[in-house]
Design a protein around this ligand. Structure first.
Ligand code: GLP
Length: 263
């Protein structure tokens, strides 16, 4: 696992956006580049920079297919807190050459959620798998909506959200936890682990415990993000504030080996 520590959120975002852009630009295969994407506050800066590069002609999305991590159950696409809405509002609508037919987001209103999820897994496979999955994590270490104690081999499926997650996410629902959906559709930890590369953004003091669990704790279903220790191409891009719970030697180790990557 690589851990790339940047000074602050903005530098972390630029670093991650550069990494993604370099991968897309270097992709020479006939098939599309398949990119997994998250919602939340963590990726906003990355999306901003990817949009800038796209508008400046430095990066094309014409040959990119995207799969989002998750979606709330029960919210229509046009609900301003659906992840479909978030992704269009914060990213897709601003790109000059993203093809709508290349955007994949789980349907939170699907009549048969399990069938919807099975179809999603099949579609990922039909594109040859995900080349790079960008993600964020929750304060309890949940990856996509794989809450603590979700099996680390899980596939895309229906998930119950914990009270903790609903309280944290209520900041987007005018602080009213009761209006936060209780269920979501989410890719599984196994789905993320099948990606060729995984790039996780971890920023801010409130993610410090989750970062330490991801990097230093044992692999445990309690912190589903810790499964990434078993991935051959996992990168954590984080900021200084998120490093508060790392041991000094871990912190120094990654600063030492990643020195050239600091911007
Ligand atoms: C939600 C999403 C996750 C996301 C997490 C962190 O629960 N389902 O995919 O990673 O929030 O969000 P933020 O980046 O806003 O801290």
């Amino acid at each position: 696992m690589r851990v790339v520590i940047q000074d602050d959120y903005d530098k972390m975002s630029i670093w991650a956006a550069n990494y993604i852009a370099d991968k897309i630009n270097a992709h020479k295969e006939d098939k599309a580049f398949v990119l997994g994407l998250p919602t939340g506050s963590s990726p906003i800066g990355v999306y901003r920079e990817l949009i800038r590069k796209n508008k400046a002609g430095e990066l094309s999305f014409a040959n990119v297919v995207t799969f989002n991590m998750d979606e709330y159950v029960g919210l229509a696409k046009d609900h301003d807190q659906s992840y479909w809405y978030f992704m269009h509002d914060n990213f897709f609508d601003h790109l000059v050459d993203m093809k709508p037919e290349n955007i994949n987001i789980l349907n939170g209103l699907a009549e048969d959620p399990e069938a919807e999820c099975a179809k999603y897994e099949e579609k990922i496979v039909s594109y040859g798998g995900i080349d790079l999955f960008m993600g964020g994590i929750g304060v309890d270490g949940h990856l996509a909506f794989n809450e603590p104690f979700t099996p680390l081999t899980s596939r895309t499926g229906l998930r119950d959200l914990t009270t903790d997650t609903r309280i944290v996410n209520s900041r987007f629902f005018l602080g009213d936890m009761e209006t936060v959906p209780k269920k979501a559709l989410s890719v599984g930890i196994g789905t993320v682990m099948d990606s060729k590369e995984v790039l996780i953004l971890i920023s801010g003091h409130n993610k410090a415990r989750a970062l330490a669990a991801t990097v230093e704790g044992g692999v445990s279903q309690k912190w589903t993000c810790s499964a990434l220790q078993m991935h051959n191409g996992a990168i954590i891009a984080c900021d200084e504030k998120a490093c508060g719970e790392l041991t000094v030697d871990t912190y120094k180790y990654f600063l030492d080996v990643e020195k050239k990557e600091r911007i």
